[in-house]
Each structure stands twice: as structure tokens, then as C-alpha cells.
Design a protein around this ligand. Structure first.
Ligand SMILES: [Zn+2]
Ligand SMILES: [Zn+2]
Length: 350
């Protein structure tokens, strides 16, 4: 007899069944099912509308996700935020990010962070039977330092560089990290934001997030504001070989600090050609992932993204019934990383 609840990996993405309801979780395109859930507005979780799609169901997404998706050129068709069977739960990943609680029994996290970061509140963790959890940093080597330590260290570097007359560029994903960085380091003066960051910051301000409305890089350059004294800029994460970074270094002697969970690895800074790298993420680190699973106290755990196989194996060793979903049975953090890299490039140049 088929079980009442099931979670599988299909071509379009993760599919969940609850009673007679079929739900596509962050699918890459609209498939024939009852509900589609969009957890947040990172492009690897959004879908493009397709002509002749067999999808006749409803789309679940937060209003923030829809607004941010729109500025990135995606339309989420007639989304709903409320339904008797579902609850959209805060996941603390980026502005508007939600997990989906299905019938109080299945919980899909999308991307998740349980750490308070500036205006971002930690994820909520419901108790469930079936937990479908992301495992980007699902290896014990990925444990991040306390946020206060990173903020302290970053402020120290900025202050040192200002004394030397050098501007500093703080780099992170334009959607997520860049808003947290704008909030954490907004007290520095003058502060500029890369045009792509300005676009996302502006939507977030409209959505009620308290962020300093900084001048864009193009505007600052046009007005000749970059020449006179040291400044701080928030920009997307870019390799030192990138034309923009090259120009900032040649013309202004700028120092770069990159913020990424992958910076836990010693080689990250040199690989990216960054002057400094800080292990800071919008995802849970390994310890936080383990604590999140324990909090949900599920009977069954499915892992996806990043080190899914390793994380499931670890969970089994501490007594959980856990398995990676489909293609993630082989750890493919490298592949995920490349996809993220691609997204990043698009974010910078589009
Ligand atoms: Zn994400
Ligand atoms: Zn993701």
C-alpha cells in the first residue's frame, strides 16, 4: 500500500504528496500538480512561466518573494499566502523566505538559517513527521564563527584601511548577504552600493526593511565622489579577475572583503582573489543544521543541496531515519557551487 505522505525527486524538482494533494516544491518549471510552492526569490528556486503548461493549480509564495522576483524579471502568477492545508513558515534565509508546512506533518525548508543576522530573524522550526531540509553546509568542517566576531574583525579592517586612505568593498550575494551587510556596516561614511545591490535594497526598503538608502556606485562615480577620500561599498561577490574589481583596485586602490559560507575553507580567499574572506552565510552551518533537525524531531528526514549524502549519513549515525533525495545521493556541492556561481555572474552583469 502506498504511504499517505511521500517525497520524491522529479525532473522539475522536489515533489511531495499529502493525502490526495500533489505539491511541487521550488520547481524549475510549472508541472501538472495541485500546488506549486516558491520558497524565496533566489533564481535556483524560481520558475519561468511556460506556454501550454498543464499546471491548473495554485501557487503559494510570500508577497515579499513575489515582489523581489518581479524586480528580477520573474512573474509569479496569482500567488496565495494562505490555505487551510498549508502554513508558510519563516526560514531566516533572505527577505521573504519561507518554508512550507503541509498538513502539520511535512515540512520543506527551502534554504534556511537559524542565526539572527541584523534584521533577519532566525528560522522557525515546527515539530513534524517528515522533514525535507537543505544541506548546503552538511559537513562538520563547515562551522561558522559567531557573527559578532566577524563584524568586529571587519570593522577593524575597515578602520585600518580608512587610516591608510584606502576604500573597502564588502562583497556578498546581491540578494540576501548584501542587505545584511548594508545593515551591519551602514554606519560607515560615506557608503555606496553597487547598482545591482541598490535595486534589491530598494525593493526591500519598500517592503519595510530598515536599510540606509545609499548612493549607487555609478552615481558616486559620475559625481566624482570616489576620488577624494576613503569609502565603503557593498557589491556582489566577484573574482579579482572581474573588470569592475580590477578597475576599483587600479583606480582607487580598493581592498576587497568577501562574505561566504565557503570562506570556511582556507583556500577560498586566494581562489577568489580576495584580500580578506569572512565565513558568513545566509544558510545554516553544520552544527545549526543538526540542531534544526533535532528541533523538528522528525520520523523521517530527506536532505537536498550541497553535502546531502554526508549529512544524511551523519544523521543516521545519531539515530535519525535519513536519506538524501535522488540526485543528491552523491554529494554534489561542487555542482551546486557552480550553479550558484552562474547565478552570481548573472546577478552582476544583468
Ligand atoms: Zn537561497
Ligand atoms: Zn538555494
Amino acid at each position: 500500500m502506498p504511504s499517505e505522505n511521500s517525497v520524491t525527486l522529479a525532473h522539475c524538482g522536489i515533489m511531495a504528496s499529502y493525502k490526495d494533494i500533489r505539491i511541487a516544491l521550488d520547481p524549475s518549471y510549472l508541472v501538472d500538480c495541485d500546488f506549486v510552492f516558491v520558497s524565496h526569490a533566489h533564481t535556483d528556486h524560481l520558475h519561468r512561466a511556460r506556454k501550454n503548461s498543464a499546471f491548473k493549480g495554485q501557487i503559494l509564495a510570500s508577497k515579499e518573494t513575489c515582489a523581489i522576483a518581479r524586480t528580477r524579471g520573474y512573474t509569479i502568477r496569482e500567488p496565495i499566502e494562505r490555505h487551510d492545508t498549508f502554513e508558510l513558515v519563516d526560514t531566516g534565509h533572505i527577505v521573504g523566505s519561507k518554508g512550507l508546512l503541509v498538513g502539520g506533518e511535512i515540512y520543506y525548508t527551502g534554504d534556511i538559517s537559524t542565526r539572527k543576522r541584523a534584521f533577519m530573524k532566525p528560522a522557525q522550526l515546527p515539530k513534524v513527521k517528515v522533514l525535507v531540509i537543505e544541506s548546503t553546509f552538511g559537513r562538520p568542517d563547515y562551522v561558522f564563527p559567531e557573527l559578532t566576531q566577524i563584524v568586529h574583525e571587519t570593522n577593524r579592517i575597515i578602520s585600518e584601511m580608512y587610516d591608510l586612505g584606502k576604500p573597502v568593498i564588502l562583497m556578498g550575494y546581491p540578494l540576501g548577504k548584501a542587505q545584511v551587510l548594508t545593515s551591519l556596516f551602514g554606519h560607515w561614511d560615506p557608503i555606496y552600493v553597487h547598482d545591482s545591490v541598490w535595486k534589491i535594497n530598494s525593493v526591500c526598503i519598500e517592503l519595510g526593511i530598515e536599510l540606509k538608502q545609499a548612493i549607487t556606485f555609478s552615481e558616486a562615480e559620475k559625481r566624482g565622489l570616489l576620488d577624494s577620500r576613503p569609502w565603503l561599498m557593498i557589491s556582489p561577490l566577484m573574482h579579482a579577475r572581474n573588470e569592475f574589481v580590477g578597475k576599483m583596485k587600479r583606480k582607487y586602490g580598493a581592498i576587497t572583503i568577501g562574505f561566504s559560507g565557503w570562506a570556511t575553507g582556507r583556500r577560498y580567499a586566494s581562489m577568489m582573489g580576495l584580500d580578506y574572506a569572512m565565513p558568513m552565510s545566509d544558510h545554516c552551518d553544520f552544527k545549526e543544521l543538526v540542531a534544526a533537525v533535532k528541533s523538528c524531531s522528525p520520523d523521517k528526514v530527506y536532505t537536498f543541496h550541497g553535502f546531502a549524502a554526508d549529512f544524511a549519513k551523519y544523521l543516521r549515525s545519531v539515530g535519525f531515519d535519513a536519506e538524501p533525495l535522488g540526485a543528491w545521493a552523491e554529494n554534489n556541492a561542487e555542482k551546486d557551487g557552480k550553479q550558484e556561481g552562474k547565478t552570481l555572474t548573472l546577478d552582476v552583469f544583468s
